[in-house]
Design a protein around this ligand. Structure first.
Ligand code: NZQ
Ligand code: ZN
Length: 395
């Protein structure tokens, strides 16, 4: 496919980069809104070190703490109000994907008088596309979402049980300060979820995209193999800085538009997972680990050759040819076994989720995003019955 590629986010990468924060923020103003999550950056010294760096550069700050995992639209509105009341010029997102996503939508909500939920694509006839946002500096403390270098935000509306995304050019972070030392305290389970999220960002584009993308395929395979190898190391020993560094670069590459440009695929596993998360408030990548292998088994039957390639290149299996479905499915089994090995759930029952609402999740997913023919954009496109069958197989 033809494509245009542009990513304006500057990346400052490396252990010991956090003290650059003040100098970076001073390019955009004199007062920052520091956005944080549930307190991890305060338990560690990350918050204090960030503030010290801002002060050294003469930057004043206000604070919006308590952004939830699966960030709520109410937190977005609260943060935008603080930014207004405190006359902030720039937002510093200090945390994981939830904090970074909420920060981006706050930055756009700062200039929008309406309800910030208008910006989130939730099936409304005319979503509001922001064109102006406060400058954002991301400081990721967790390798997972790639939010640090992309323009997307995923937000939950608890009142309506919806979770969905927005994305606009004005929401690209200006700078991402990516310091792997900040991720040394990420617990084992969140590290494993990060591995699963990074791999799933790549597999979505890999399996749902068009054929004839050999460079993108090999980039994707490189990200998967690297994150599998170093992710296991980071889970075994959280203080392994080299492993943490490769995880963080993998997180960025998986979803900054580079690996998937020109592939033009949908993100069915993500779209279904967001709806399940909206109902059950589960960790994003726990949902992905459950849905992705099941979705793969469904899709492998329809376009087998890419799954054979995956089985051969990622797991070293030998096929009888591009239509060898047994080999394709054996590759999926290996992938699921890897997810289990690193500690991810692979069935809904492990999260006490039963099948009562499966039809509802399918309908909600399709209401929020469909291809105009009532199907979920994917390869192959998924009907309501297809989505239910994938969920059922993951029970
Ligand atoms: O909230 P705090 O106290 O900071 O603790 C967090 C949270 O409990 C903790 N944590 C983060 N950094 C830590 C740490 N604990 C110890 N040491 C550290 N250095 O980890 C927990 C999870 O944090 P969260 O930010 O929720 O995780 P993640 O980065 O996985 O973000 C998940 C959110 O991002 C969305 C997901 O849907 C979900 O809402 N996504 C965003 C995307 C994007 N913007 O492009 C794409 C993704 O596909 C995804 O949908
Ligand atoms: Zn994801």
């Amino acid at each position: 496919m033809n494509f245009e590629y542009h990513n304006p986010t500057d990346v400052i990468f490396g252990a010991g980069s956090l003290p650059r924060l003040g100098e970076v923020v001073s390019r955009y103003g004199k007062k920052a809104l520091i956005v944080t999550g549930g307190g991890s950056v305060k338990k560690t010294s990350i918050f204090d070190r960030a503030v010290a760096s801002l002060k050294e550069s003469g930057i004043d700050y206000a604070e919006c703490d308590g952004v939830e995992p699966n960030p709520r639209i109410t937190s977005v509105a609260r943060g935008a109000k603080i930014a207004h009341d405190e006359n902030c010029d720039v937002i510093v997102a200090l945390g994981g994907g939830s904090t970074m996503d909420a920060s981006k939508v706050m930055a756009a909500a700062f200039y929008y008088d309406g309800d910030p939920w208008d910006m989130i694509f939730h099936g409304q006839p005319k979503p509001f596309f922001p064109t102006k946002a406060l400058p954002i500096v991301t400081v990721p403390t967790l390798a997972a979402t790639g939010s640090e270098m992309n323009p997307n935000g995923v937000i939950t509306n608890e009142a309506t049980k919806e979770k969905s995304f927005t994305g606009a050019a004005c929401m690209y972070p200006k700078v991402a300060i990516v310091d792997p030392e900040l991720t040394l305290t990420v617990p084992k389970n969140q590290t494993a979820f990060g591995v699963c999220d990074i791999i799933t960002h790549v597999t979505e584009a890999y399996f749902n995209g068009v054929d004839g993308t050999p460079i993108q395929d090999r980039f994707a395979e490189g990200v998967i193999l690297t994150v599998m190898e170093y992710g296991k190391r980071a889970i075994a020993d959280g203080s392994d800085l080299e492993a943490r560094a490769h995880m963080q670069w993998g997180s960025i590459l998986a979803l900054n538009g580079w690996v998937n440009c020109g592939t033009n695929g949908g993100y069915p596993v993500h779209m279904i997972e967001h709806t399940v998360s909206a109902f059950h408030d589960i960790t994003h990548a726990a949902g992905l680990a459950i849905i992705n292998p099941s979705w793969m088994r469904f899709a492998a039957k329809q376009h087998t050759s890419k799954f054979v390639q995956f089985a051969e290149r990622i797991f070293g299996l030998k096929s009888k040819g591009p239509n060898d479905l047994d080999c394709a499915l054996a590759g999926v089994d290996k992938f699921e076994a890897f997810l289990k090995e690193i500690g991810c759930p692979t069935h809904f029952s492990e999260l006490d989720i039963d099948d009562k609402l499966f039809a509802k999740y399918a309908q909600e997913t399709l209401r929020i995003i469909n291809d105009g023919n009532g199907n979920l954009p994917a390869r192959p496109p998924m009907s309501e019955a297809d989505i239910i069958s994938v969920l059922q197989a993951a029970l």
